[in-house]
Design a protein around this ligand. Structure first.
Ligand SMILES: [Zn+2]
Ligand SMILES: [Zn+2]
Length: 320
């Protein structure tokens, strides 16, 4: 589990696709990277920050996982959903969080007890995705904001003020969520006109580029302010600015005011992405054919599985 902690914000499209392959059994690994580790990481950071000499927070998270239904993450599911109320008592529309995550938040940030409120019986039994799911870039943004809310409540010795978090959620909900390295055809993106390889989704633009536009950064101001299609995108485009690696590249380009460096890195990434996607698709076609014909031996399956893993590893280790 600890091995996965660092990679939790670095999910790749190659993984969920691997899960859909017939007869390949990589589920354990996938669940580990998607599941509890973002929370464990947070509990660990809080343990350090609060100079705790025990691992109670981590133990409590494990206990919550063992005693409640797992967060459905980005899969639509029926749960007893919780919502968020603004100062006037209205629920923020289209924001649902599962009870398991509510329990974790209340355990890690105790002033937020009762911050999330159970939705009405009917609403709470509709199929939804969880608003605070590990594996989404928004997870850390939301959790950071909740930590600030908690700390301010502690300092003021009053109840938590929900409004900054409500404003953040309302702003985020209006944006299409980052689809990370999923290839989209005909999508709309922010990009620098002569660096079309660096397609940035509206979610990441708002989180990473726009704050720099407000500081008049030359590199950031070169991006189209409005979403636009990319011409000649071939097999499609994906967001190039969700990973920690590329966000660091972007920061370095800003510091050195070096758009050429940014363009070189973006082009390298795009080339690698297209090459790996092509190889990946080819392997999937082969796996499907083998399973349809029933002609694949166990050795063939294992070989395909290993090759898929190699693609995933190369993508994550070098390019994502
Ligand atoms: Zn959840
Ligand atoms: Zn993005």
């Amino acid at each position: 589990m600890i091995d996965c902690v660092d990679s939790v914000f670095e999910r790749t499209v190659f993984r969920p696709s691997i899960r859909r392959l017939p007869q390949l059994n990589l589920d354990t690994k996938v669940q580990c990277a998607f599941g509890a580790s973002a929370w464990i990481r947070l509990a660990w950071l809080l343990t350090l920050q609060q100079h705790r000499t025990d691992l109670t927070l981590l133990r409590d998270l494990v206990e919550i996982d063992e005693t409640s239904e797992p967060c459905p993450g980005h899969h639509e599911a029926v749960r007893s959903w919780y919502g968020l109320r603004d100062n006037e008592g209205y629920f923020v529309p289209d924001f649902h969080i599962c009870y398991t995550d509510v329990r974790k938040i209340e355990r890690l940030l105790p002033t937020l007890s009762g911050f999330f409120v159970r939705l009405t019986h009917r609403a709470s039994h509709e199929k939804r995705v969880c608003g605070i799911r590990a594996g989404s870039n928004r997870f850390s943004i939301y959790l950071d904001a909740l930590i600030v809310t908690h700390e301010q409540a502690l300092a003021s010795r009053k109840g938590p003020d929900p409004m900054p978090f409500v404003a953040l959620v309302e702003r985020k909900i209006r944006l299409r969520e980052c689809t990370r390295d999923n290839m989209l055809i005909g999508g709309l993106w922010h990009f620098i006109p002569n660096v079309p390889a660096l397609t940035v989704c509206e979610d990441c633009y708002e989180a990473v580029v726009e704050p720099e536009v407000k500081k008049n950064s030359d590199v950031a101001m070169r991006f189209n302010r409005t979403l636009q299609p990319v011409y000649g995108e071939g097999m499609g485009s994906s967001c190039q600015l969700y990973s920690r690696r590329m966000r660091k590249v972007f920061q370095r380009a800003l510091q050195d005011n070096d758009v050429k460096y940014l363009a070189r890195k973006a082009n390298e990434r795009r080339d690698a992405e297209l090459r790996l996607q092509e190889r990946y698709k080819d392997l999937v076609r082969r796996a499907k054919r083998l399973s349809k014909e029933g002609s694949g031996s166990e050795d063939d399956e294992r070989r395909l599985e290993r090759e898929l893993e190699r693609i995933t590893d190369e993508w994550q280790a070098k390019w994502e």
